[in-house]
Design a protein around this ligand. Structure first.
Ligand code: NAD
Length: 416
């Protein structure tokens, strides 16, 4: 998580590696190397003491050849244009890996949401929305939650955009509350996808999810939903962490009791049913599966050799650096890449968008069944590509994802 780390340089390195492997035409690589468009906005927000503070925000569209722009909005003090560019690139690949008709986008506001009160968050969100509204629209760009944002943020974006348009436009955001057109199953979708993909990869390794042990870094939207579903599936979640610290219990934490504790205390730290451990130990625990579900750049050349899990399932975006990938591969650790492992979120976002456009809503079972079908198909395609080319699952996923985007670019041609 060092400040010098550049996520966009890492994303470009991944693109160049897959381009070389696939023999991608230089013209296509050139198109994918840089985002299609980027908007940077500086905007004023009235703070609780009456003072005006200026904030900086971004919205980046990476590639829209396969459909309108789709991607979350992140509120984080360290976000910057290169991080948002990288995340937009990964969204292009992710949507193509699960074969849903979107291009990649991402947004971010440089702020620490934990230091803002609810009124400040609402004013910041509404003003940021009005600043980037020229890009938004159900057929143009559809934001969703990411780190530091949630369903409430999406409801404010929906209301602000709808006020500007003079009509309610539910399909302009996904991950919104069910009361304003959200989808059943969306809140848990990314975590559910992490668990589904973990089950599939363990099967390929002749292991079983119900007997496996799990450690999860990050206990937010993704980490906590995955923890609950792992627990319900019979897996043993032995360690979890959040920004405040980590806890461990051999044989598995009672995740349902932890959920109650976190609802009250807003952290996993202090949970009486487990012991405190140093936060960075979560990634290097002797468990079957480690799920980084917090930040990027946490498995690096410095700690990759200490990873003892058999499988790393990337709930977060960009947690493993290319150097670390090489080390993990040579140590026999299977890494399931972010563009597959956390694609459950954007897949149910796609379902939410479809439901919003049709004003016809599905049951939670329908959502979960369709999600499962899409993820299993994507996993099998990625696994097959990796085996065929004798590469790891990340390269397999990039071969599938970049291959689909490249096909679309070839079909459309280069204008003019
Ligand atoms: P969130 O804000 O809900 O939760 C983040 C969690 O990480 C919190 O528990 C926080 O305390 C913890 N955390 C922060 N810094 C930490 C640190 N240094 N060590 C340990 N824990 C730390 O965010 P989220 O929506 O769960 O997103 C997490 C990751 O998953 C991000 O990389 C995001 O891009 C990715 N992701 C999210 C979604 C989604 O649907 N929300 C979809 C795909 C990918």
């Amino acid at each position: 998580m060092s400040q010098s780390f550049n996520a966009f340089a890492m994303a470009q390195e991944q693109l160049h590696a897959v381009a070389a492997l696939m023999g991608l035409e230089p013209d296509v690589t050139t198109v994918l190397e840089m985002p299609k468009r980027e908007l940077t906005v500086h905007f004023p927000v009235r703070m609780r003491d009456g003072a005006i503070k200026s904030f900086t925000g971004y919205r980046v569209h990476h590639n829209l050849t396969r459909g309108p722009a789709k991607g979350g909005i992140r509120y984080h003090p360290d976000t910057d244009i290169d991080e948002v560019r990288a995340l937009a690139f990964w969204m292009t690949i992710k949507c193509a890996v699960v074969n849903i008709p979107f291009g990649g986008a991402k947004g971010g506001v440089v702020c620490d949401p934990s230091q803002l009160d609810i009124g400040e968050l609402e004013r910041l969100t509404r003003r940021y929305t009005s600043e980037i509204a020229i890009l938004l629209g159900p057929d143009k760009d559809i934001p969703a939650p990411d780190m530091g944002t949630n369903g409430q943020t999406m409801a404010w974006i929906l209301d602000t955009y709808s006020s500007l348009k003079g009509t309610t436009v539910p399909a302009v955001v996904t991950g919104k509350p069910i009361s304003v057109g959200g989808s059943e199953g969306r809140v848990e979708a990314t975590g559910r996808g992490v668990v589904t993909i973990t089950r599939e990869v363990l099967r390929s390794l002749n292991m079983q999810l119900p007997e496996s042990t799990i450690a999860i870094q990050g206990y937010g939207n993704v980490g906590s939903a995955a923890a609950v579903l792992f627990h319900v599936s019979g897996a043993k979640v032995e360690a979890v962490s959040d920004v405040n610290g980590a806890i461990y219990r051999k044989g598995g934490i009672d995740i349902l009791a932890l959920q109650d504790y976190v609802r009250q205390h807003r952290t996993v730290v202090g949970f009486p049913g487990a012991d405190p451990i140093p936060a960075d130990e979560v990634l290097t625990m002797a468990v079957d599966v480690v799920v980084p579900a917090a930040l990027q750049h946490v498995i690096t050349a410095e700690n990759a050799n200490q990873i003892r899990a058999k499988v790393v399932v990337e709930g977060a975006n960009g947690p493993t650096t290319p150097d670390a990938d090489v080390i993990l591969r040579s140590n026999g650790v299977t890494v399931v890449p972010d563009v597959l492992a956390n694609a459950g979120g954007v897949t149910v976002s796609y379902f939410e968008w479809v439901q919003g456009l049709q004003s016809f809503f599905w049951t939670e079972n329908e959502v979960n069944n369709r999600l499962e079908q899409i993820l299993i198909r994507a996993y099998q395609q990625v696994h097959r590509a990796a085996q065929h080319h004798k590469v790891d699952l990340r390269m397999g996923a990039y071969i599938v994802g970049v291959g689909r985007v490249a096909d679309a670019i070839r079909s459309m041609g280069i204008y003019p």
